[in-house]
Each structure stands twice: as C-alpha cells, then as structure tokens.
Design a protein around this ligand. Structure first.
Ligand code: KG4
Length: 329
C-alpha cells in the first residue's frame, strides 16, 4: 500500500509518502517566520501552509516517481492543533482523495506520534509504554495495540517542550529553544543548581510550570544585571537535568508497575540526546528497552501521519472513530 500523509497542525508543513512501513520521502518545511514573535502566530501558520503544501506534494511525487494514481490512501492530520492550520491540510487531503476516488483517512496527531517508532529500523513490541513529549503535549500512555491505549497521566500545566521554550526565552534564546538549550547545556555544569520539580499526588501526571518559575526566580534573585555566557550554560544544564529526571522517574515507575520490557519516547523533545542517553542508562539495566524515532520522525511530519492512516485503515479504526472534521483540542 502506498500512502500520502499530510501534516499541517502547527508550524511544520510536511508531506510524506510511505509504502507499508517504509518511508519513500518525508519532506518537512519548518516555518521560520514565527521566530521573531517568540511563538507560533496561527494566522501566519495557516497562510504558510496554503503556500507550501501544493509545492511539497508535487516535490514528493516528483522525487519518488510516484503518480497520483499509484496512491492507495490519503491521510491528513485532523487534530489536535491550530484549527486554521488543520483545515488547510485536512481539506487539501480530503479534496485530493475525492478527486482521485481514494479513501481519505483523518488522523489524530497524537496517535501518529505514538506509533512513529514503527517507521524506524528498531520497532517496539506491544504492549509498550509511550512517553509523548512535545511543545503541546506531555503524556504517558500504556499502548496495548494499534488504537488501543490507556492514558496514564499528562501534564497539568506546561508541556515539556513549552518549558524548554519558556526557559529559553529567559536565557535570551529564540523560539523554539529546545535544541539551543541542549547545545548550551552540553557545555555547562548540570550540578550548578538543583532546580525543583513539583511532586504531584497523581503518580503519572507531570508539572513543569513550577520548574520554569524557579528558573525565573533564581535569575531574578542572583543575576539582576543579566547573565554571562557561562551562567547561561550552567542554568541550561541544570534545568535540562531537572526536567529529564522528572520524565525518567515516571517512565521507570510505569515500566515497573506494568512489567513492560519496551518503552518509546516520541515528539519534538525526544530529539534531545541527553534525554535519550539518560533514559537508556536508567532503563536498559532493568531490561526495559528504550526506542526513539529518528530525528525527523520526532518532529511533526507527514510520514508518521501516513503510517497512522495506514494502520487506521488496516484495523478498521477509521470507520469507528469519531473524526469527521478538523478538531483543535
Ligand atoms: O513535536 P513538536 O515538533 O511540535 C509541537 O508540539 O509543537 O515539538 C516541538 C517542541 C518545541 O517545544 C521544541 O523546543 C522542542 O520540541 N524540542 C526540543 C529539542 N528539539 C525540539 N526540546 C529539547 N531538546 C531538543 N533537542
């Protein structure tokens, strides 16, 4: 089966074509125009998707040599995300499938992230634990099969990526700041300051707004005249350590409780090498293997949408789920 996947939920316009679980192409266009606003401007995102989507589809067909008639399915992200941005990709995909008389499979963006490791060489086995860490989500799932999952917990305030971006702003970095913080942190002292992470009653929920506030207070109290480069590196490293520790703790508790031997970490923050290494160091000795998708599969991308569309079609999930139009939440 050859599937075209379209992703326009936020600030990445992406088109992927897969043949079963093999990626033929995965083009990702990151909209840089939001940087100067310190966050994604929804109207600008929708307009940029409108401009970029058709050229990306044409390029993906040209580079793979696939013809429109060769496509078996077309899938697009239906939500969650920015509603204007979602409408662009969803309507494009639905119209294309209608004109080609092919099935259109709407995809939940979260499902697509959770199953993204199946496009990598090393694939987890069901049941497994999935930690989704991105700019908009931080959640822990017990994945029993395709589209059979239990949400164990999620963030009660900021997502992990959001915390990276907000702390980045405090350090004078551009949005999104995750990879920049990682670079600074690699040169800093992670034991410089022990930033606290909130402890919650619900054992699988996360909270990161307190961590961000404690970085803010620390800077205000100790560096009212500004930060030098060394202090920025040290704060970045100490913040990254605190956040990573909180994520790993929950994954470890869940793997123990449900006696799981596979765990996956997906979403934009899963690109963080420190998190990858620390997670493996902690879980591999306990015989829990940790899987990460390749870097371009951590970002929002069309290939993972195509794969989730394929699995939804194969399992019949697309007939029973309730997605009939784009949904923001
Ligand atoms: O999944 P994603 O592309 O989309 C959204 O949910 O928006 O994730 C983007 C998030 C941003 O918050 C970004 O700062 C973060 O992922 N991120 C990282 C790294 N690369 C991207 N966070 C930590 N370390 C990284 N290397």
């Amino acid at each position: 089966m050859i599937i075209l996947g379209i992703e326009t939920s936020c600030d990445e316009t992406s088109v992927g074509i897969i043949e079963n679980d093999k990626i033929l192409i995965n083009l990702i266009y990151t909209q840089e125009q939001h940087r100067k606003f310190g966050g994604v401007v929804p109207e600008l995102a929708s307009r940029a998707h409108l401009q970029n989507l058709l050229p990306l589809v044409r390029q993906s067909l040209k580079e793979t040599g696939i013809k429109l008639k060769d496509l078996d399915l077309i899938s697009a992200t239906a939500g969650p995300g920015l509603i204007g941005a979602l409408i662009v990709g969803y309507c494009f995909g639905k119209s294309l499938s209608y004109s080609l008389k092919k099935n259109f499979i709407p995809v939940n963006h979260v499902h697509a992230h959770l199953y993204s490791t199946f496009l990598s060489d090393k694939k987890p086995e069901f049941p497994f634990l999935a930690l989704l860490v991105s700019g908009g989500n931080t959640a822990l799932y017990l994945i029993k099969d395709f589209f059979q999952m239990e949400l164990l917990g999620s963030t009660v305030d900021d997502a992990a990526g959001e915390a990276f971006d907000k702390v980045g702003k405090l350090l004078g970095l551009n949005y999104p700041a995750g990879s920049e913080i990682e670079k600074l942190a690699s040169l800093g002292d992670e034991n410089f300051y022990d930033f606290p992470v909130a402890k919650l009653n619900e054992k699988y929920n996360f909270s990161f707004s307190g961590l961000k506030t404690s970085v803010l207070r620390f800077i205000q109290k100790n560096y009212p005249d500004g930060l030098n480069d060394e202090t920025k590196r040290n704060i970045a490293a100490s913040f990254q350590r605190a956040l990573t520790k909180a994520l790993i703790q929950k994954v470890e508790i869940a793997c123990d409780e449900f006696k799981l031997s596979d765990a996956v970490v997906v979403g934009g923050v899963a690109a963080n090498t420190y998190l990858r290494i620390k997670m493996r160091e902690r879980l591999h000795p306990k015989n829990c293997m940790v899987y990460h998708p390749e870097l371009n599969l951590c970002m929002d991308n069309g290939a993972m949408i195509a794969f989730a569309g394929l699995k939804s079609f194969e399992s019949g999930y697309f007939k029973t789920n309730s997605i009939t139009k784009p949904f923001p939440n």
